[in-house]
Design a protein around this ligand. Sequence first.
Ligand SMILES: *[C@@H]1O[C@H](CO)[C@@H](O)[C@H](O)[C@H]1NC(C)=O
Length: 351
Amino acid sequence: MLPLQQLSVGMLAGVMALVLFSTVDAQHGSWGYTGDTGPTTWANNFPSWCNGQKQSPIDVQSKSATQKSFPALTFKGFDTPPADAQMRIKNNGHAIQVDLLSKTGKSDNYQISGGGLPGTYNVLQFHFHWGSEHTVNGKRYDAEMHVVTWNAKYPSASAASTVTPDGFAVMSVLLEIHMVTWNTKYRDVYEARDNKDGLAALSVPIAATSKTANPGMQNIVSQLSNVANKGMNYTYPTSFSVNSLFPADKANYWRYMGSLTTPKCNEVVVWTIFKTSLKISQDQINALKSSCYFNPAGDQEQQSLNNNYRPTQPLNGRTVFDSSSTSGVPQLAPTVLALLIAVISSTALQL
Ligand SMILES: *[C@@H]1O[C@H](CO)[C@@H](O)[C@H](O)[C@H]1NC(C)=O
């Protein structure tokens, strides 16, 4: 995973565990998208957050959104891959994910800032759900891409230095980043709703209505056979442009405060959902739907990884902001602990 020497290992582990790998927190049970571990069981099995009042995803009602002006979002490393960038695609049993690594131990190769976010955020990875998790005016897209980032200031924050390994079960998932974990103290930091250091979340909706294969998406689709089963991974010989998986228009988006969409569903996420969708082809979405399994290779009964999305959650009075306004200065609630970018793709819909 990320080069640990130059990071607060505990911080990174906490981020990874919280955002990416809470799925494998064996101490708290497994979860999935079907059967007796499906989303309807999460609130009971992960009551610390999954039964909360600020959950994600949501259905965005565009007419009900509050207009608000935000500064421009800034993306670093997205157009041309940084010189020492290394990309690895993998099947984590819940989604297909691409880790953004560095051959030389950098953590700031890919960054996002601006957009009203309280800081600069390093990008960890992006992954796909199919169909989409967020819906717009009741419509579900064919797929959604989440880009997960973390506040670049956080590793140097005093809170990070307090993190020590505690044998939490999530360690087993974090072997690739040298088996670091977060401890209970660290989780306190996450739960500090006034702490503006940490992670934040952006969500970028992408729609797939293209007759031809999207070149960016093809970087994913072309490697699906290498990550068919849970645990499989493949390192790209050459990194590709992350921007190739984004819509051209990244200036218009919806913004709301929500949660991780997987257990433990921590309500620490600022979502930014881009309005313009990424257009991919039917063949490409079909490949996602038909090529991936959520059990390990060798399992006798292969189970297709599909519909790996959480149903939309009640808004419960939260405000959804519409960035396309003409005035006002954005003030993010300082609860930003995770930055995700969601890209919704659809073969049938277009924002
Ligand atoms: C990638 O796959 C190899 C070979 O199966 C495995 O040993 C390794 O642990 C995997 N790495 C990750 C990060 O999943």
